[in-house]
Design a protein around this ligand. Structure first.
Ligand code: AP5
Ligand code: MG
Length: 222
């Protein structure tokens, strides 16, 4: 099964994608994460991506699509992928269809998480991310208790540079202008599953699991 998690910044894509990876064994492919890894390793791609990410803008489509194409060549993605933060433009959506088609597969559903902007701002202002495994936590709603991978005691938690209030505002504008049109794009293709993303992490996860079970039963997806 291949799924897209479509939602604004800070809506819980990364949190839910990690849970889907654990529950369904899919590969969690986050373009934001791939960029941050490149920035950490100071690659050419990382240097380029940084100039856009620090302003809250999208990295150009051609660079992003090439990076995803390369990641999808790795064999683990054959067990299914949950796309987190990709596609973010209509161009990227079309490119993803082509890449998957060339591999004889397709997107099975697009999970659209709805979260209001004031809630997004609360979530991002309290977010702490683990530098080691990249799992997102929240100082109030989702505090670090123990590492699910038993690798640390929470000593690697940090605040992302692009979670500064001005950058969050820019990311929200970019989402409305460039990514929100994907809602209509996937609705027209009858692929969109709308999920209320404002409940607790467990509540949202349960809603997603229910929707996926229905989809699997109706379409006989493995
Ligand atoms: P990316 O890393 O994808 O950032 P984003 O889309 O802005 O989303 P976030 O990672 O900030 O939030 P999330 O939805 O994953 O929420 P999370 O689970 O962490 O992209 C970063 C940048 O890279 C972009 O701005 C762009 O420059 C570039 N980029 C990436 N992809 C690109 C693309 N395709 N094309 C071009 N450029 C691209 O949760 C947020 C917080 O809320 C956490 O603290 C969490 O613990 C908490 N939380 C989660 N769920 C709940 C809940 N249900 N209740 C309460 N709190 C919750
Ligand atoms: Mg994320």
């Amino acid at each position: 099964m291949n799924l897209i998690l479509l939602a604004g910044p800070g809506s819980g894509k990364g949190t839910q994608a990690e849970l889907l990876q654990m529950q369904f064994g899919m590969v969690h492919l986050s373009t934001g994460e791939l960029f941050r890894e490149n920035i950490k390793r100071k690659t050419e791609l990382g240097k380029l991506a940084k100039t856009f990410i620090e302003k809250g803008q999208l990295v150009p489509d051609s660079t992003t699509i090439d990076m995803v194409r390369e990641r999808l060549m790795q064999v683990d993605t054959e067990r299914g992928v949950v796309f987190d933060g990709f596609p973010r433009t209509i161009n990227q959506a079309r490119a993803l269809d082509e890449i998957l088609q060339s591999r004889g597969t397709m997107i099975d559903a697009v999970i659209y998480l709805t979260v209001r902007e004031d809630e997004i701002i609360k979530r991002l202002s309290g977010r702490l991310v683990c530098k080691d495994c990249q799992l997102p936590f929240h100082n109030e709603h989702n505090p670090f208790e123990s590492c699910p991978y038993e690798r640390c005691q929470g000593e690697y938690l940090y605040q992302r540079d692009d979670d500064k209030p001005e950058t969050v505002k820019a990311r929200l504008r970019v989402y409305q202008n460039q990514t929100a049109p994907l809602i209509a794009h996937y609705t027209a293709r009858d692929m969109l599953i709308k999920i209320d993303g404002e409940g607790s992490v467990t509540e949202v996860s349960n809603l997603i699991q229910q929707a996926l079970r229905k989809l699997i039963e109706s379409q006989d997806i493995a």
